[in-house]
Write a protein that binds this ligand. Structure first.
Ligand SMILES: [Fe+2]
Ligand SMILES: [Fe+2]
Length: 360
């Protein structure tokens, strides 16, 4: 340890985890999760945007609104290189997270190619039109919505869930299950399969980022809850400001019953909240207001009381423990456990209802 660290930083109180130790634990969790994820991705979701679909059989008479929506899906996904490079830079010091972002990028790249194929094989856009559109899109660069890693991680949880929902609702239309009168009799088995295949990827992405946020919630509850509050306060879909016909896309998506503000509230925010042990947006805001910050030790590690009432930390702890069991099973399967097994470490800051701390 460099000598200045000893002078500038008071030591972590006995029995608590230092930030450095917390960061190490989160990093180990990400690395184990990334390894598990990659193996599973290759085993179960190794599809190809050209060869996994019978493109020639795509419906050539889809309603124009459907084409507008597919085109918008393509427009967002084709920023995959920007999404990936920006996020990799942000987390480049983390093995688990930076390697994951490359894997994630390779999956997002397939989504862009599959949606482009869908636009082409709809028969309603010429190759020249697609090339010009792509040129216009690529003249702009996507930038990170937030400057730091934790906010971007939280943002991605909501964004992946919202994207999954968009695709599932498109699948429903293509399967002829929409209740909108304009889509009665519309069917396209190829489009339904594309939307479903990509939605499964988005669900896997959602889960990866969700597990990451849970680890942060567990070890850094206060900072993470504040990040969640900030992100939902200004959430919009990625690249909304870059896509030239965004307004028309958004209105079409809304009128088609695919995605709108109510869907975000009910099927994105509420679902993600439940998965993070947060009861509601109101409860989150109330809890954060109540939290009295007492600067305590180790540069920005705060000891607070109210924070633990803001969310169901018991649920989050159970989820983080389950994640570690999953990682340990994977490590045993490979033999990593013989060398350096990943272990779950309890956060001692968490108040335990049964056990009264003797040194309080
Ligand atoms: Fe995607
Ligand atoms: Fe995704």
């Amino acid at each position: 340890m460099p000598p200045d660290t000893l002078i500038d930083r008071p030591p972590t109180p006995a029995g608590l985890l230092s930030n450095r130790e917390k960061d190490r634990l989160i990093e180990r969790g990400f690395l184990g999760l990334y390894r598990w994820y990659t193996a599973r991705s290759q085993e179960t979701r190794n599809w190809n945007p050209d060869k996994s679909f019978d493109w020639r059989a795509m419906n050539k008479a889809l309603p124009p609104e459907i084409i507008t929506v597919i085109q918008g899906f393509f427009a967002v996904e084709q920023y995959a290189p920007d999404f990936t490079s920006n996020l990799i830079h942000l987390v480049r010091r983390s093995h688990g997270r930076s390697h994951f972002q490359m894997r994630w990028g390779s999956e997002e790249e397939k989504h862009a190619d599959a949606w482009e194929n869908a636009v082409l094989f709809s028969g309603q856009r010429s190759p020249q039109w697609i090339a010009d559109y792509k040129d216009r899109l690529k003249s702009q660069t996507w930038e990170l919505p937030f400057p730091d890693a934790i906010h971007n991680l939280v943002y991605t949880v909501f964004q992946e869930r919202a994207t999954q929902l968009n695709y599932l609702n498109m699948m429903k239309i293509a399967q002829g299950r929409s209740d909108k009168p304009q889509f009665q009799g519309v069917q396209d088995a190829v489009l339904a399969k594309v939307a479903q295949t990509i939605a499964v990827d988005e669900a896997a992405h959602y889960n990866f980022f969700l597990e990451g946020v849970r680890m942060y919630l567990y070890y850094y509850p206060e900072q993470t809850l504040k990040a969640i509050q900030n992100v939902i306060g200004q959430f919009s879909m990625p690249a909304a400001t870059l896509i030239p016909d965004w307004q028309q896309f958004q209105e079409t998506v809304y009128r088609a019953g695919i995605y709108g503000p109510r869907d975000f509230q009910r099927d994105v925010m509420q679902v993600a909240f439940r998965n993070m042990g947060i009861e509601s947006r109101k409860a989150l805001e109330h809890g954060i207001r109540k939290t009295r910050e007492v600067p305590d030790f180790d540069g920005g590690n705060f000891k607070t009381t109210a924070i633990w009432d803001t969310f169901d930390y018991g649920q989050v702890e159970g989820d983080v423990k389950r994640l570690h069991v999953k990682i340990q099973d994977y490590e045993k399967d490979i033999g990593f456990d013989l060398y350096d097994p990943t272990g779950f470490v309890e956060n001692p800051e968490m108040p335990r209802p049964q056990v009264q701390a003797a040194d309080d």
